[in-house]
Design a protein around this ligand. Structure first.
Ligand SMILES: [Cu+2]
Length: 328
């Protein structure tokens, strides 16, 4: 055998490997849209690019993960449609109602999708409001053919590269809803949202930090302290009206958030006080910060700096003025 065919063969082997790696991704059962926002509807389109052992696909079953609710499959001409309704892991808010059960499995059967052809299987769904951003939702698919089947059901372990899986389940990444503030989930079911601050004039002695903390867990936790990169130090404050006078006080022990409770840190109420900011805060910038909880421990958060118009409940002019006579 001459050297040239060998060279060609090894080149081909190399490109075939690349091709395999590439087409393998295309050939998997996959979702057309791989990102969706929580608290929004989602049209799931499962793409089937080939059969099994070169034979036609005759049946497809998809399982619906927790957090994906109000599922309605789309019928397909030539296929019979069946669904299984089961209880959800927990009740979910859905518009003005609460859903406790719904379609958890869909089967399209009796059709014939030749190996050489491509088709799509569609259902409408809603991603529940409380599915945290960065959650990956898996939709295991079992594809049955005239001969053989593919179980697209593998879910990567915590430290596993999803590309190492031979038959990965189609998946979807839940992203933060557009235009909404970031959401941070901490241990014990704490959810921190809407972390923000406000622009300050040059030389301002303080800046406010605002956020919402929901304790979705079973145990109380306590916000012990907070810090932000631009401030000398940060205190937890409460503003309240006493005898018709607005007063502010430091909460040296922090603030307990009971199970099921949502605490809003906002102007005129609880807030974080960033003391001696190193520079004026500019609208649109993001301040790196940290919250420390007694049980959940330290949690990194980003405070987005908003314009003064952003908070209607703002205290009267000179947010700093409210603090001028305020002894910490
Ligand atoms: Cu204050």
């Amino acid at each position: 055998m001459s050297a040239i065919p060998t060279l060609i063969r090894s080149l081909c082997a190399a490109s075939a490997m690349l091709l395999t790696a590439h087409t393998a991704v295309l050939a998997h059962a996959s979702l057309e849209q791989t990102k969706a926002s929580a608290n929004g509807s989602y049209k799931a389109v499962i793409k089937i690019g080939h059969g099994c052992e070169q034979t036609a696909t005759t049946r497809l079953t998809v399982s619906i993960p927790d957090g994906v609710i109000a599922v309605k499959p789309m019928p397909k001409a030539g296929w019979t449609l069946a669904t299984q309704t089961k209880a959800y892991a927990k009740p979910y808010d859905y518009y003005h109602s609460t859903l406790t059960e719904g379609v958890r499995e869909i089967t399209w059967a009796g059709g014939n999708l030749p190996d050489a052809h491509y088709d799509e299987f569609t259902f409408q769904a809603f991603i529940a409001k409380d599915v945290p951003a960065d959650t990956r939702l898996y939709f295991p698919v079992v594809q049955s053919c005239e001969k053989g089947r593919h179980d697209w059901v593998e879910i990567p372990a915590a430290n596993q590269n999803p590309h190492d899986l031979k038959s990965p389940a189609p998946s979807l990444l839940v992203v933060a809803a557009q235009g909404s503030a970031s959401q941070t989930v901490a241990a014990g079911g704490l959810v921190v949202t809407a972390t923000r601050s406000r622009v300050t004039p040059a030389g301002a002695p303080v800046a406010g930090g605002y956020l919402t903390i929901t304790n979705g867990g079973q145990r109380p936790d306590r916000l012990v302290s907070a810090s932000v990169e631009i401030a000398d130090h940060t205190e937890i404050h409460e503003m309240a009206t006493k005898d018709g006078v607005m007063t502010m006080r430091t909460l040296p022990d922090g603030l307990v958030i009971k199970p099921g409770e949502t605490v809003e840190f906002k102007p005129g109420s609880f807030h974080l006080m960033f003391l001696k900011p190193k520079r004026p805060l500019v609208e649109g910038e993001v301040l790196k910060g940290q919250l420390v909880f007694e049980k959940a421990g330290p949690v990194s958060v980003d405070f987005k700096v908003e314009g003064m118009g952003g908070n209607r409940a703002a205290p009267p002019a000179g947010a700093g003025g409210g603090h001028a006579g305020h002894v910490h």
